[in-house]
Ligand binder design. Structure first.
Ligand code: URA
Length: 212
C-alpha cells in the first residue's frame, strides 16, 4: 500500500512484516537470525513488488486434465547493490529462480558520504527484462539513485527498487531523481544521523548480515 508521505513509495504494512522488522532492528539478534529474517522479509516485500508483473497465458497438463495456467511475460533481472544487497538478492532469487542476477558495486566514501561506483555487470538483454534493484537500506538515496541511473543508461525501462528500511530524506531524493521507479519498503523511518545512518534503523546492514 502507498505511503501517504511520499508518492510512489509503498510500505508493506502487514503484521508479519512489522514483527520481523522488530527482529531485524534488535541489537540482540544474532547474525544467523538476521540473515534468516532478512530473507523472510524480502519474500514478503516481493509479494507486493512483483504484483503488477505481466503474465502470459499457457496451458498446463495436470496428472488428470489440461487447464489454463500462467507464466511471467518477461524475464526478470535482480540487481543487488554490493554488498548488503546480496542477501535480498538471494531471497528474491529463491522465489524467481529463473531470474538472472546483475551486480552494481558501490561503496560509501566515508569523508564525503557519497557513493562511488566500482563495478557494473548485468545480463546482455537487460533492457528487455523487468529489473529489481535491491539494497536493504535506503538512507541518503544517493547509491540507489546512481545505480538506477546506471541501469537506465543500459536502456532499462521497467525498474523497481526494493529495500527494507527507508528514510524520508532518501526516499524523497530517490523519487525526485527517478519518479518513474516505484519504491517498496518494509518500514519508513524519519531520520538520518550525521554519519548518514538511518535512525532508529538497524545499524550497518552489511555488517549484520555478514557478521563483519
Ligand atoms: N547503510 C546501512 O547499512 N545502514 C544505514 O543505516 C545506512 C546505510
Amino acid at each position: 500500500m502507498a505511503d501517504s508521505r511520499i508518492a510512489g513509495c509503498f510500505v508493506v504494512d502487514h503484521p508479519l512484516v512489522r514483527s520481523k522488522i522488530a527482529v531485524l532492528r534488535s541489537r540482540d539478534t544474532s547474525c544467523e537470525q538476521f540473515r534468516r529474517t532478512l530473507h523472510e522479509l524480502t519474500t514478503l516485500i516481493a509479494f507486493e513488488a512483483t504484483r503488477d508483473l505481466l503474465t502470459k497465458n499457457i496451458e498446463v497438463e495436470t496428472p488428470l486434465a489440461r487447464c489454463a495456467g500462467h507464466r511471467l511475460a518477461h524475464p526478470v533481472t535482480i540487481v543487488p547493490i554490493l554488498r548488503a544487497g546480496l542477501g535480498m538478492a538471494e531471497a528474491l532469487w529463491d522465489v524467481i529462480p529463473e531470474a538472472r542476477v546483475g551486480h552494481v558495486g558501490m561503496y560509501r566514501d566515508e569523508k564525503t558520504l557519497r557513493p562511488k561506483s566500482y563495478y557494473f555487470k548485468t545480463p546482455p538483454d537487460l533492457a528487455e527484462t523487468d529489473v529489481f534493484l535491491v539494497d536493504p537500506m535506503l538512507a541518503t538515496g544517493h547509491s540507489a539513485s546512481d545505480a538506477a541511473t546506471e541501469l537506465k543508461s543500459s536502456r532499462v525501462t521497467s525498474l523497481r527498487l526494493m529495500a527494507m528500511v527507508g528514510c524520508v530524506e532518501g526516499v524523497t531524493r530517490f523519487r525526485k531523481n527517478h519518479p518513474d521507479v516505484p519504491v517498496y519498503l518494509a518500514v519508513l523511518d524519519e531520520h538520518l544521523n550525521d554519519q548518514a545512518y538511518i535512525l532508529p534503523g538497524l545499524g550497518d546492514a552489511g555488517d549484520r548480515y555478514f557478521g563483519t
